[in-house]
Write a protein that binds this ligand. Structure first.
Ligand code: NAI
Length: 335
């Protein structure tokens, strides 16, 4: 039996994990894992973390000092873990590589549809008894060019949906996928995808190379009036440049499920507080911006899959087995 300390616990994590296997013992902490909370992991075999826990060298060294040998991510992305330090301190890192790529892809399309047809504005308008259509005119997705950056599991699920709309789908990936090309999606270089897309949707991981992939220069190369959609990781986008581009009218609209500084905001109810992050406060009042708080993954099906795979990861760790869900430096460049 492995003793696991959960960090960043939400009620649904507790519900799903408590209802599953009695093989391991869990303790649930609401706080994020970071240097000043890592002591809570003392006496446990492993920690189970989410997207905004800070698993840096300092945290990993402390875990190693406390003989905690496993970092189990309840997510696919692992950009918040210093894999080099994990290797140095001999700590195994496992993740849930795919739970429901379709869930994230569907959320990306839901954002696009809402923004394209101003559903977010229409919803509040009708609730107030205002049935006017003035200023609600949108655009038809059929026939538009949708650019996909990153054609992995989520990118491909998104492409299938986008094709169903009758959009022309084009893509950029550092490692183009033959199957995607065979399915009729044409790959171009990054700049060409920027220039051709009416809607640009990001589905690549956050790495040192993709940090601020969307910045002042790349925004300037985008089509005037285009929509930018980010359901991948906040730091892919330089928020200051996006605000500037929205203000000068070059970027037509923005839909984000992830935000550069989301660590300080997301997964918490801050409704009785003043939001001190000026950039998100500004984006929240733009009429052509739609923000959700990292809920792309959040379906019953995904939560069950995350639970099942994470429990299997605990089993593999406990039994000393190798795992296809293990992440290590060899998986990424610039580790
Ligand atoms: P994946 O690993 O299947 O696909 C990623 C694709 O990006 C691959 O085809 C890869 O070749 C490509 N790529 C790598 N470096 C690139 C670069 N420099 N430029 C362009 N493309 C590059 O990953 P998957 O499962 O499709 O997930 C993508 C991302 O979605 C994750 O890294 C994560 O950040 C995000 N995500 C967001 C969720 C949410 O709730 N909003 C939930 C799950 C994942």
């Amino acid at each position: 039996m492995a003793k696991i300390a959960f960090f960043s616990t939400q009620s649904y994590d507790r519900r799903f994990f408590e209802n599953s296997s009695g093989k391991h013992s869990f303790e649930f902490f609401e706080t994020r894992l970071k240097p000043n909370t890592v002591k809570l992991a003392n006496g446990f075999d492993g920690v189970c973390v989410f997207v905004n826990d800070r698993v840096n060298e300092e945290v990993l060294k402390s875990l190693s000092d406390m003989k905690v040998g496993l970092v189990a991510l309840r997510c696919a992305g692992f950009n918040n873990v210093d894999l080099k330090a994990a290797e140095k301190y001999n700590i195994r890192v496992m993740r849930v590589p795919a739970y429901s790529p379709e869930a994230v892809a569907e959320h990306a399309m839901a954002l696009i549809m809402s923004l394209a047809r101003k559903i977010h504005k229409a919803y509040s308008r009708v609730r107030e008894g205002n049935f006017s259509l003035e200023k609600l005119s949108g655009f038809t997705i059929h026939g538009k060019t949708i650019g996909v950056i990153g054609t992995g599991k989520i990118g491909q699920a998104f492409i299938n949906i986008a094709k169903g709309f009758g959009a022309e789908v084009i893509a950029y990936d550092k490692f183009p996928n033959e199957k995607v090309s065979k399915d009729g999606v044409r790959y171009y270089d990054f700049d060409t995808v920027l220039a051709k897309s009416d809607i640009l949707s990001l589905h690549c991981p956050l790495t040192p190379e993709t940090h601020h992939l969307i910045n002042r220069e790349s925004l300037a190369k985008m089509k005037e009036g285009a929509m930018l959609v980010n359901t991948s990781r906040g730091k892919l986008v330089d928020t200051a440049s996006v605000i500037e581009s929205l203000k000068n009218g070059h970027l037509g609209s923005l839909a984000i499920d992830v935000y550069e500084q989301e660590e300080k905001l997301f997964f918490r109810d801050l409704s009785d507080l003043v939001i001190r992050d000026d950039q998100i406060a500004q984006l929240m009042i733009f009429p052509n911006v739609l923000i959700t708080a990292h809920q792309g993954f959040f379906t019953a099906e995904s939560l069950q899959e995350i639970t099942n795979t994470t429990l299997k990861n605990f089993d593999d760790y406990q039994e000393g087995r190798s795992s296809e869900n293990e992440v290590s430096c060899s998986l990424i460049k610039d580790c």
